[in-house]
Design a protein around this ligand. Structure first.
Ligand code: ATP
Length: 235
């Protein structure tokens, strides 16, 4: 069963479609990168995946659950790190996680266990009592990843998660998410416009004018690596 499957997805705000017949599938446990120039439709796609917008055309299924017909089951499998941080800077790392757990109805003891496990997995245990305000951008992102994983989703969606980070933090975050994918079997959909965050074996999805211009291993896109392929596709 695919972690995520899109079939003929279309969405339009006005006369011109923002997404037009987009279809792809993500294998469980894979690292997938979603790329595209400004206006290609990435944000629209993410808004559909998170149900900010309702589907107008096509189907989206998360681990076999239709987002349209079984939204609760589909969303239960989905963890999201949004582009704009929504952490409370004046609460500690742990308080932010506890607040989120309560919001999602996790009972106290279970919440404590999950929070401890995620803090450990995200290497944040020593910072648990620090206010988020004191953390650097990379560590804040890790708090958001911990938060997104508290309900044990199997698909993690990161929307431009590395935007605004310095190169060292960007690399650290990218390595960290790849490790989660490799060691914990979490399927990752990583949205970026930074080609240096990609590896030849990544599954690459390139959106261009609302359509899928490429869907396959980065290495299979031809001569010159990802950067050349991206330039050719979006020229
Ligand atoms: N709220 C809206 N109302 C009308 N048109 C919109 C709206 N949001 C996006 N669009 C249009 O839909 C198309 C896709 O935009 P979208 O924001 O999904 O692309 P994107 O790939 O996320 O771009 P960026 O990288 O700049 O965020 C663009 O032509 C955009 O102008």
């Amino acid at each position: 069963m695919n972690a995520l499957e899109l079939t003929d997805v279309g969405f339009t705000y006005g006369p011109r479609p923002a997404l037009d017949g987009v279809g792809f599938a993500l294998a469980p446990g894979s690292f997938n990168a979603l790329l595209g120039p400004n206006g290609a439709g990435k944000s629209t796609l993410i808004a559909l995946l998170t149900r900010l917008y309702d589907l107008q055309r096509g189907e989206i299924a998360v681990f076999g659950h239709s987002l349209r017909r079984e939204p609760r089951k589909a969303l239960a499998q989905l963890g999201v790190v949004f582009q704009q941080s929504t952490l409370d800077l004046d609460l500690s790392v742990e308080q932010n996680l506890r607040y989120h757990a309560a919001l999602h109805g996790l009972p106290g003891k279970l919440a404590t266990l999950r929070i401890e496990r995620e803090l450990e997995r995200q290497q944040l245990t020593p910072r648990r009592r620090d206010k988020v305000r004191l953390l650097n951008g990379g560590h804040r992102r890790r708090v958001e990843i911990a938060r997104a994983l508290l309900h044990e989703p199997r698909l993690l969606l990161l929307d431009e998660a590395s935007a605004g980070l310095d190169p060292a933090s960007r690399n650290g975050l990218n390595r960290h998410v790849r490790q989660l994918c490799r060691e914990q079997g979490v399927t990752v959909l990583w949205t970026t416009h930074l080609l240096d965050e990609l590896q030849p074996t990544d599954h690459l999805l390139v959106l261009q004018n609302g359509r899928l211009a490429a869907d396959g291993a980065a290495a299979s896109l031809g001569e010159g690596g990802v950067a050349a392929a991206f330039e050719r596709l979006t020229a």
